[in-house]
Design a protein around this ligand. Structure first.
Ligand code: MN
Length: 227
C-alpha cells in the first residue's frame, strides 16, 4: 500500500495514466492525492475529471483545491465577472468549460470540485496548493489560518496563489508538499517545502512523490493542450 502526491496535472490525462502504470499503482490499495490544478489547459480535462471522479468514489483518489479550481468555481457562480480571467488563453479555462457543458455529469463534477479542501494533513505532511500563510503565533495554527487568510482587495487566497518568496514552511516541523510553482527538478525549494509541480502541460513531465519512502516518480511525454 502506497500513497502518492501528484503535481499539477492540468488535463494531461495520458501522462497520468502512463505514470500510474509506471509505478504499478494498485487501485485497490494505493492512494493518489492531487495538490490541485487538475483542470484547465489540457484538451483531456473532461475525460480526466470523469475518471478521477470515479476514482474518488472508489476510494483511490482525492484532491485539494488549486487556484484553477477556485477560478472555475468563481466563473461558474459569476460568469460575467470572471469570464475574461478564466477564459484567457494564458489561464486556459476554456477546455474545462466545454467539457463540463458537454458532460451529463457536469453539475455533479462541479459540486465534487467545490468540496475539495484547501489543504490536507497527516502526522508528517501538509499538502497545500501554493503555500501555508505566513502568520504564526496567533491562536490559530498556520493550517487553521489557511481557510481564513485572504489578501487585500484582490481576494486572492494565499494558500492557492502564493509565489516565491512568499511561500512558507509549516511552523510545526511537518513537511509541506505543494504544486503551483513549477520546478525543473522536484525537491525542497526551500527548507521544509517540497515542490512537485514539474509543469506537465508545457514540459510533458508529470511527477509523483511517494509519502512512505520519500521517492519521486516521473513520466515524460508530449503535452496535449488546446491551441
Ligand atoms: Mn496553480
Amino acid at each position: 500500500m502506497a500513497t502518492y502526491a501528484v503535481g499539477d496535472i492540468h488535463g494531461q490525462y495520458h501522462l497520468l495514466v502512463a505514470l500510474l502504470d509506471r509505478v504499478g499503482f494498485d487501485f485497490k490499495t494505493d492512494r493518489l492525492i492531487s495538490v490541485g490544478d487538475v483542470i484547465d489547459r489540457g484538451t483531456d480535462t473532461g475525460l480526466l475529471l470523469e475518471k478521477l471522479y470515479e476514482g474518488s468514489r472508489d476510494g483511490w483518489f482525492s484532491a485539494i483545491k488549486g487556484n484553477h479550481e477556485e477560478l472555475l468555481l468563481s466563473y461558474w457562480r459569476e460568469p460575467d465577472r470572471h469570464r475574461d480571467n478564466y477564459l484567457d488563453p494564458g489561464f486556459g479555462g476554456r477546455p474545462t468549460v466545454e467539457a463540463l457543458e458537454k458532460s451529463k455529469k457536469g453539475k455533479k463534477l462541479l459540486e465534487w470540485i467545490e468540496a475539495w479542501p484547501l489543504y490536507m494533513e497527516t502526522d508528517t505532511f501538509i499538502l497545500v496548493h501554493a503555500s501555508l500563510p505566513r502568520i504564526q503565533g496567533s491562536r490559530f495554527g498556520d493550517i487553521e489560518l489557511c481557510p481564513h487568510r485572504k489578501e487585500g482587495a484582490t481576494g486572492f487566497h494565499t494558500c492557492l496563489w502564493a509565489r516565491p518568496p512568499e511561500i512558507f514552511p509549516s511552523f510545526d516541523q511537518r513537511l509541506v508538499i505543494s504544486g503551483h510553482n513549477i520546478v525543473s527538478r522536484p525537491g525542497p525549494g526551500k527548507e521544509g517545502i517540497l515542490l512537485i509541480d514539474t509543469g506537465a502541460y508545457r514540459t510533458g513531465v508529470l511527477t509523483f512523490f511517494r509519502l512512505e519512502d520519500h521517492t519521486f516518480h516521473q513520466v515524460q511525454g508530449k503535452p496535449r493542450v488546446q491551441s
